[in-house]
Design a protein around this ligand. Structure first.
Ligand code: IDP
Ligand code: MG
Length: 183
């Protein structure tokens, strides 16, 4: 049991370390902050009728919607998506939850969009999520916390590839913010 827990912790921290290292390298080399992230409105968000409200929050920030679709997540997609949580006590219910109904999946693009969209979502546990965030305003428990958002660049690339093909990306338009920033 102890070795199982230690292995789990090691896996968890290796994953977090991965993201931290990538962020560190980005800061050191001054990488530009134009990014893409993967966001999903989870089945509870869809069933409770919050698709429009949630999309509105990301649109209000002027993130560019590069891809958007409603789908039923397959068991394979769910397991790939949440591979980092395999072995944790909530893993089985997490897989059941994400496959329990349709999700609305999207790719958003913008300056620092990965961290920015996680601010808009709020903390994983809605008890700790600030009022004004999606989870703070619409959720009560972390088992049903309405939205998913990638936690770093590496996760974003991996998650986008699980749900979207390259030919589903709609890049051939400019948002109002992009037009404003040209002048
Ligand atoms: P995140 O969605 O904020 O990135 P993660 O730690 O990646 O949070 O967890 C993925 C999802 O698993 C969460 O959004 C939440 O639905 C669920 N979850 C996380 N921790 C717990 C827990 O301790 N109990 C039950 N469900 C959890
Ligand atoms: Mg996560």
């Amino acid at each position: 049991m102890l070795s199982f827990l230690m292995l789990n912790c090691l896996f968890y921290f290796t994953k977090k370390l991965d993201c931290a290292l990538i962020y560190g390298v980005q800061i050191i080399i001054g990488d530009n902050r134009m990014e893409r992230t993967f966001i999903a409105i989870k089945p509870d968000g869809v069933k409770r009728g919050f698709i429009g409200k949630i999309l509105q929050r990301f649109e209000d920030k002027s993130y560019k919607i590069v891809a958007l679709k409603m789908l039923n997540v397959s068991m394979e997609q769910a397991k790939e998506h949440y591979a980092e949580h395999e072995g944790k006590p909530f893993y089985k219910s997490l897989i059941e939850y994400i496959t329990s109904g349709p999700v609305v999946a999207m790719v958003l693009e913008g300056e620092n969009v990965i961290a920015g969209s996680r601010h808009i979502m709020g903390k994983t546990n809605p008890d700790e999520a600030d009022v004004g965030t999606i989870r703070g305003d619409f959720a009560q428990v972390k088992e049903y916390n309405i939205v998913h958002g990638s936690d770093c660049k590496e996760s974003a690339e991996r998650e986008i590839a699980i749900y979207f093909n390259e030919n589903e990306m709609c890049e051939n338009y400019k948002t109002m913010l992009e037009l404003v920033m040209e002048h």
